[in-house]
Ligand binder design. Structure first.
Ligand code: XMP
Length: 520
């Protein structure tokens, strides 16, 4: 779907491969201004953005990056960006790149700076307006600007970096060697808002509470009387996309939820409770038998994933055909677009996160992605505004292949039933202990190992179950959670007591890396 308002004031963040491009964009959005991340390697994207008169680009931030500007394969951009009169702010690599493009000199710093550093402001400037003369910033660089280009002047220094920030004498071009976007830079948000509000003169009109009404109007105008279909997984993104489009076109939307038979206890019921009164057509496809047949005899994790994905697509294709829908709704969010290199481009059918892809056989008139410009926390805010139940809003990430990747070896209905019981105990105990909201994920895994035990007065020979609880910010890395022993003990006792087939319970103490979050 096209952006809500292509003419809205936008700050572009050129992502030179630093870790923080999303953070810059997020800080700008929190200030109340819309921001987009662009990959500067895709010069045509950048050119298209700059030349497209429908985009109201108020300023460009050049992010940090891992390279030195004089390395062979360092990412460069066209120098004429310096002459367009658009306000520019370079951060770290971006700071050095601006100086480099304007014929300054960059080289290895005498002393590298990593971490919290004090800078001293030497000269008044709009970019450092109202910042304390001595302030703590976050540095992370091996190179420095050794000599500024003509018409540029230094405005701040640190003990090891004489040119820690600069400004152009006439044009709105600035650079900072440090990272104002990270929270360790004490007055970083003020620095960014100096650029965005003070220099670029943006109005603060990106507000998430205005989003819902605007999105509903736009969907109505686009879709008119046509029919739409959405694959509802129960994850927050597809749930919010469903709810938004549902508000716009109600019965002209069909949400297809596939119960693969590999869901956790209560999952399908929660979806039904959340969406059955939503005014849309909710179609729950019970496909357990189909999935178990397809998975029969399959032990390899990759094979399982592939089969689950293919089966899901087949089912969705069948349903889409029956519905004769013109539009496909997807819960794509902004980081999905950036990761798949689609930011700034027209909608493309993305690989569905939960499954292996989406229907190729069905030709849709268009794709509607109402969340395509949003970050996850914005999606959560909208979910609350749309009054989706807490269970959906706070749902843990759950893999598309479901419990199939939490059962080692062949997947059978019997093993699924065992795992569902144990998993419910893990969830109940963690939630009852009041620690659930501190954890990223917590779940049980059924191993294919057997162990001897005693149940009642008898020898028992049963299966080993593992459970996992993790802290993470983004699932890229994760640490196993140091759960209270009392919680671990209760989970263990309950599982061995209440799940007949289990004789042993182990707690998974593997971080990611070296482990992954899921076992398969
Ligand atoms: P791993 O196991 O790769 O998982 O460390 C990272 C995160 O992704 C979730 N996950 C999936 N999510 N479809 C999804 O939508 C999948 O196939 C899938 N596999 C793993 C996992 O639960 C964790 O949050």
């Amino acid at each position: 779907m096209a952006s809500i308002n292509k003419k809205r004031e936008t700050i572009i963040v050129l992502d030179f491969g630093g870790q923080y491009a999303h953070l810059i964009s997020k800080v700008i959005r929190n200030i109340g201004v819309y921001s987009e991340i662009i990959d500067p390697k895709k010069q045509e994207n950048l050119k298209e953005f700059l030349e497209n008169s429908t985009n109201n680009i108020k300023g460009i931030i050049l992010s940090g990056g891992p390279k030195s500007v004089y390395e062979n394969n360092a990412i460069m951009i066209n120098k004429n960006i310096l002459e367009k009169g658009i306000p520019l702010l370079g951060l770290c690599y971006g700071h050095q790149l601006i100086a480099h493009m304007a014929n300054g000199k960059i080289g290895p710093a005498e002393k590298k700076e990593f971490g919290e550093t004090e800078i001293i402001i030497d000269k008044q400037s709009k970019i450092l307006n109202s910042i304390d003369k001595h302030t703590k910033v976050w540095m992370n660089h091996g190179d420095s600007i050794l000599k500024l280009p003509n018409n540029y002047e230094s405005i701040a220094h640190s003990a090891n970096t004489p040119i820690a920030a600069f400004k152009h004498k006439k044009l709105p071009i600035y650079g900072m060697q440090w990272h104002p976007e990270v929270s360790h830079t004490k007055q970083g948000t003020k620095m960014i808002s100096n650029f965005v509000l003070g220099i670029c003169k943006c109005k603060r009109n990106w507000k998430i509470n205005k989003f819902v009404q605007a999105a509903i109007m736009q969907i109505k105008n686009r879709v008119k009387e046509s029919r739409c279909i959405v694959a509802l997984s129960g994850g927050i993104d597809s749930s919010v996309a469903t709810a938004l489009v549902g508000k716009a076109i109600s019965k002209n939307l069909t949400a297809v939820y596939v119960d693969t038979g590999l869901m956790r206890t209560g999952e399908t019921e929660d979806i039904y409770a959340a969406f059955s009164d939503f005014g849309i057509n909710l179609k729950i496809v019970y496909a357990g038998t189909r999935f178990f047949t397809a998975l029969k005899g399959i032990k390899s994790p990759e094979q399982k994933r592939k089969i689950m994905g293919m089966e899901f697509i087949k089912i969705f294709e069948e349903e889409a055909k029956k519905e004769k829908a013109d539009y496909l709704v997807q819960g794509t969010i902004y980081p999905d677009r950036v990761e798949s290199g689609m930011a700034g481009n027209a909608a493309v059918i993305k690989r569905h996160h939960n499954v292996g892809g989406l229907p190729k056989k069905i030709k849709f008139k268009g794709i509607i992605e109402p969340l395509e410009d949003l970050y996850k926390d914005d999606v959560k805010k909208i979910a609350k505004e749309l009054k989706l139940p807490e269970k959906i809003i706070n749902r843990q990430p759950f893999p598309g292949p479901g419990l199939a990747v939490r059962i080692i070896g062949e997947v059978t209905p019997k093993k699924v039933a065992i795992l569902q019981k144990a998993d419910l105990i893990v969830r109940e105990e963690i939630e009852n202990a009041g620690i659930a909201n501190r954890l990223w994920q917590y779940f049980a895994v059924l191993s294919d190992t057997y162990a001897v035990g005693i149940k009642g007065d008898n020898r028992a020979y049963g299966q080993v179950i593992a459970f996992r609880a993790l802290n993470s910010r983004d699932a890229m890395t994760a640490k196993f959670a140091e759960l209270p022993w009392s919680v671990i003990r209760r989970i263990s006792i309950r599982i061995t007591n209440e799940v007949n087939e289990i004789t042993r319970v182990v707690y998974d103490t593997t971080d990611k890396p070296p482990g992954t979050i899921e076992w398969e």
